[in-house]
Write a protein that binds this ligand. Structure first.
Ligand SMILES: Nc1ncnc2c1ncn2[C@@H]1O[C@H](COP(=O)(O)OP(=O)(O)O)[C@@H](O)[C@H]1O
Ligand SMILES: O=C(O)[C@@H](O)C(=O)COP(=O)(O)O
Length: 421
């Protein structure tokens, strides 16, 4: 079966985010965690296949290699007509990549004249005006994202952020043009193509702007950005399918919460939750020591709380000043790897002890957890909050909620459990 859109997502929360927005608009979405088997032909009915990689923070050449492998599979084995490179609505990247290098590799592979970048997600407060990214009306570099542990976003100009990541020329389609309608966008794209610009950033303020862009871009071979445009592509597509939301909760839900995001929203969510539920902070010194006894201790603690009214929370989440001290002591990469490794081992220990429901905060953290669980295929259920659906691994009988760092409100961890039924 030919698939309309093949999505290559650079992290796992991003994959469930775009899958959720597409499914809510009536698309049949297949969600594949990790790279598919290159020899396997796709034979199911799907409007979109979303592949989640954990490539956002990899060295650029490895991110490119994995993304291209997904691209070839999506084209050759699934017949995808359009390729969508899903990255973060806060443009998470560093001067080394990976948005520029992966986009350039996909440009070359597809032969597309240009790649359109639409990170905006107005429903969650991400907008782009004059090529500058805002989060809830605040410039990206003042939104808290400037303190991200792996990719601090210290500028809001998308052209300036892309410049060190690509040798190619960039351009912007401004809001006035987008709001002038589909033909104006089509003309502007043509002008950029004539000028030789390769990376075209589109301003987007509202849901209506997304629909205009989707209309203008529905047959474009190569798109990139957040989940907003993905949802809009599904919204304007025909035919629509009846909304089908999977459900796969175990009869007896045994849940834990693992939080590895240090975003400002996750800090609020952890603070709100730990005031009312059992919670355990990770000790990064012990994570660094990679001591198996530590994993057993945390797992036993979590299991002792599995019958509490609220699921136990294990968290590495820390406010920026504490995080800075930890990173200065151990190094950014080493500390983050130690924390991720601890979550991976803990996930396996908890799964082996009968935990069947994981609520996870943070994109890299979610990637670590899903990789540890060796999940092969996920189905998409109802959204707890925009961009965060429950997803299910039917073979392993697991339910997962993978929350992007800054998504949800302060009560997210409570709300996720209310939605588990
Ligand atoms: N206390 C901590 N000290 C050092 N690194 C941490 C700490 N807590 C989390 N991290 C690391 O920070 C990164 C957070 O990234 P991620 O999970 O993607 O969150 P977000 O979705 O907010 O970007 C992870 O690699 C995680 O292991
Ligand atoms: O586009 C988004 O904001 C999310 O889908 C996403 O990618 C979030 O990444 P993390 O905050 O690292 O989870």
């Amino acid at each position: 079966m030919a698939v309309m859109t093949g999505v290559i997502a650079d992290d796992f929360t991003g994959a469930t985010d775009i899958a959720s927005f597409m499914a809510e608009q009536g698309w049949r979405v297949a969600l594949l965690p990790g790279m598919p088997d290159m020899t396997q032909r796709w034979s199911d009915d799907a409007d979109a296949i979303v592949i989640s990689l954990k490539s956002r923070s990899l060295p650029a050449d490895e991110a490119v290699r994995q993304s291209l492998q997904c691209y070839h599979w999506l084209k050759q084995q699934a017949g995808a007509k359009q390729i969508y490179f899903k990255y973060c609505s806060t443009f998470d990247s560093t001067p080394a990549g990976n948005i520029g290098p992966v986009s350039d590799a996909l440009l070359e592979a597809t032969g597309a004249p240009l790649i359109v970048h639409c990170p905006a997600l107005p429903q969650n407060g991400r907008t782009v005006i004059h090529g500058h990214l805002f989060v809830n009306g605040v410039l990206l570099n003042e939104s808290g994202m400037e303190k991200h542990p792996l990719n601090p976003m210290t500028d809001a100009s998308l052209e300036r952020l892309l410049a060190p990541q690509t040798p190619n020329a960039t351009g912007v389609i401004n809001l006035a043009t987008v709001q002038a309608g589909v033909q104006a966008v089509t003309n502007a794209l043509h002008q950029h193509q004539l000028a030789g610009n390769k990376h075209i950033i589109v301003d987007t303020l509202t849901e209506a702007d997304l629909l205009t862009l989707a209309d203008a871009l529905q047959s474009y071979p190569l798109l990139a950005g957040g989940s907003g445009l993905g949802g809009a592509l599904a919204a304007i597509a025909h035919p629509q399918h009846p909304l089908a939301q999977a459900s796969g909760f175990a009869t007896t839900i045994r849940a834990v919460i693992l939080s590895g995001s240090c975003s400002s929203m996750t800090n609020r969510q952890v603070n709100a939750y730990k005031a009312q539920a059992a919670s355990l902070p990770l000790d990064v010194a012990r994570c660094m020591a990679d001591d198996a006894g530590y994993i057993d201790e945390i797992a036993l603690w979590a299991l002792a709380h599995r019958h509490d009214a609220h699921a136990p929370l294990v968290y590495a989440t820390q406010p920026p000043d504490v995080l800075r001290t930890i990173q200065q002591r151990y190094g950014e990469q080493a500390a983050s790897q130690a924390v991720e490794r601890t979550f991976a081992h803990l996930t396996i220990a908890l799964r082996d002890a009968g935990i069947n429901t994981f609520i996870v905060a943070g994109g890299e953290t979610s990637g670590t957890v899903v990789e540890a669980l060796q999940v092969k295929r996920l189905t998409t259920g109802k959204a707890i909050t925009p961009g965060v659906p429950w997803v299910f691994a039917p073979e392993q009988q697991l339910a997962l909620a993978l929350k992007s760092g800054n998504f949800g409100q302060a009560d997210f961890f409570f709300k996720a459990q209310e939605y588990a039924s």
